[in-house]
Design a protein around this ligand. Structure first.
Ligand code: UP5
Ligand code: MG
Length: 194
């Protein structure tokens, strides 16, 4: 693994903004390796013998951010594990707190840019309540969704602003259909040289 030969793109946006949905399309068309911080945390939570299982579970249900050491460690391992020489990673749902952003870029790899999916809270709530009927996710219920939004506004939006000051944010309106949004994503990826 060599940071010089690696392209890391952070994918951010409120809960339900379509990060996972758009990442799947980018994996198909651009050969990215997709790493969702939330998925890695849920897998660690369920891993037999994990010392962090209960802690992760509580944090996810309350929509608050798991201490960064745990998440950065999981991401770093996944990057080393899945580095198949293509060197393109989408890091989905991370960093969502300033300390994570600084630590990851110092200790693992600086990001090329940030894809930020922007969508009003009412629409996101509707998507998540809807998904909650079948997702089995412990945080797809009205109470957890409210807490996830609070964390997003108070803790994660400042991260987007931090990258915006570095001119690294590609902001995409995420209200239309997944395919329409993806057309815009492809256009903006092209402008970034992909
Ligand atoms: N959908 C998607 N796009 C649509 C569109 N354009 N129109 C209509 N419907 C659309 O999509 C969500 C739902 O909407 C799906 O049903 C989809 O079909 C539909 P999805 O693509 O899953 O959106 P995504 O942005 O990925 O939503 P997700 O719920 O995964 O976002 P969160 O950011 O809330 O969840 P995540 O898994 O990243 O994090 C969960 C928790 O983990 C956090 O709350 C936190 O407690 C913890 N966490 C940390 O502690 N640290 C981290 O670094 C990361 C996570
Ligand atoms: Mg997701």
């Amino acid at each position: 693994f060599s940071p010089d030969k690696t392209s890391v793109v952070f994918v951010l946006g409120g809960p339900g903004a379509g990060k996972g949905t758009q990442c799947a399309k980018l994996v198909r068309d651009y050969g990215f390796t997709h790493l969702s911080a939330g998925d890695l945390l849920r897998a660690e939570q369920d891993r037999e013998g994990s010392e962090f299982g209960d802690m992760i579970k509580e944090h996810i249900k309350d929509g608050i951010i798991v201490p960064m050491e745990v998440t950065v460690h999981l991401l770093e391992n996944a990057i080393l594990d899945k580095d198949e020489g293509r060197g393109r990673f989408l890091i989905d749902g991370f960093p969502r707190k300033m300390d994570q952003a600084v630590r990851f870029e110092e200790a693992v790899c600086p990001s090329k840019f940030v894809l930020f999916f922007d969508c009003p809270e009412e629409i996101l709530t509707e998507r998540l309540i809807n998904r909650g009927k079948t997702s089995g996710r412990a945080d797809d219920n009205a109470e957890s969704i409210k807490k996830r939004f609070k964390t997003f506004v108070e803790t994660s939006v400042p991260v987007v602003e931090y990258f915006d000051k570095q001119d690294k944010v590609v902001k995409i309106k995420a209200v239309k259909s997944p395919d329409e949004i993806y057309e815009e994503v492809k256009k903006r990826m092209g402008e970034k040289g992909f």
